[in-house]
Ligand binder design. Structure first.
Ligand code: BJW
Ligand code: ZN
Length: 264
């Protein structure tokens, strides 16, 4: 309710582009604080499947079950082995994949701006591999496990798995260290992302359908606190109406255009 009331008060202008224009590059160059929210689309050109199809409706499914069921706190409580199997399948898909020019462009942006934060919903680790450092992983990381007994988190890269990784500290059973539907985000991470969003001059929304909350509330907060919103996505999304500019295109092609041809 809060979100709906707030949105109706915001100016609803949107400028749709198909490439980065000089005017947009000038706006980018003059920013002091940039915050970026990414979603599955930024990894699509690396070969990572996105969750939703056209219009944000169709859901990725595995063995006939939608992701809302597979990546859920309910399934973890009733069938943790199946949840591990689902994530092991995903780890198998991811292990050979590498960052694309979109990931590398974002890492380069971070080196060029004094204040830069990258907030990602992705669990695939590709931003870190590309060199991004000030990274807030809202939904966890698929290459980590979390102990169900003592809550320690630890790296767990083996795939395929023979069994759920045992905790390094206490030997207890573990779960993937990712945020399932109906679970809280890791403590403090969302609050730090909100703090960064509220100080941004430009807030980028890249490769996300912007339907999953609370991540999708960040551009709304940034808009309310004065940021320009720039969206990069081949399709219009739920958040497009809020964007000052939507650049329709692939992240791997559009993001390098913000810095192409310019000296360090
Ligand atoms: C390209 C491209 C290219 C293609 N270049 N672009 C408030 C309102 C309504 C609902 C809720 C609410 N608060 C909480 C909820 C419930 C729920 C929720 O939001 N549900 C909605 C679906 C309605 N949220 C939660 O449960 C969250 N927890 C929470 O709020 O806790 C507090 C609480 C607890 C209990 C009770 C009440 C409150 C947790 C959400 C965790 C989400 N987890 C997942 C799974 C992670 C593990 C896994 O991977 O299995 O995270 S869901 C899935 O969606 C995944 C993603 O991170 C997330 C977002 O998806 P994303 O990244 O946007 O991907 P897609 O596929 O949707 O979009 C891809 C986009 O890329 C498309 O637009 C393409 O066009 C584009 N694209 N190629 C650029 N080359
Ligand atoms: Zn433990």
């Amino acid at each position: 309710m809060y979100v709906i009331v707030t949105l109706s008060k915001l100016p609803q202008m949107s400028k749709v582009l198909r490439e980065v224009t000089d005017e947009l590059r000038r706006m980018f160059d003059s920013a002091r604080s940039i915050v970026v929210l990414t979603g599955a689309g930024v990894s699509a050109e690396s070969g990572v499947p996105t969750f939703r199809g056209g219009g944000g409706s169709e859901m990725w499914s595995w063995r006939g079950r939608p992701i809302t069921e597979l990546s859920s706190a309910e399934l973890l409580a009733t069938d943790p082995a199946l949840v591990w199997e689902w994530f092991d399948y995903r780890r198998g898909l991811l292990k050979e994949l590498t960052p694309n020019p979109g990931h590398f462009a974002l890492a380069e942006w971070e080196r060029r701006f004094e204040s830069f934060a990258l907030v990602t919903q992705n669990i695939d680790d590709l931003h870190r591999v590309a060199g991004s450092m000030n990274l807030f992983e809202l939904h966890g990381n698929i290459w980590r496990a979390r102990c169900l007994r003592c809550a320690s988190t630890f790296e767990a890269r083996e795939t395929p798995l023979e069994s759920a990784p045992a905790c390094f500290v206490c030997g207890g059973a573990s779960r993937p260290d990712v945020v399932l539907f109906g679970e809280m985000l890791p403590e403090g991470v969302f609050e730090r992302a909100e703090e960064a969003a509220s100080r941004a001059d430009i807030f980028f929304v890249i490769g996300t359908s912007a339907v999953v909350y609370p991540a999708a509330s960040l551009p709304i907060l940034a808009k309310q606190t004065g940021a320009k919103i720039i969206e990069v996505n081949p399709e219009q999304t739920d958040i497009s109406f809020l964007a000052d500019v939507t650049v329709l295109g692939l992240a791997g092609e559009i993001l390098p255009q913000f810095i192409s041809g310019r000296a360090h």
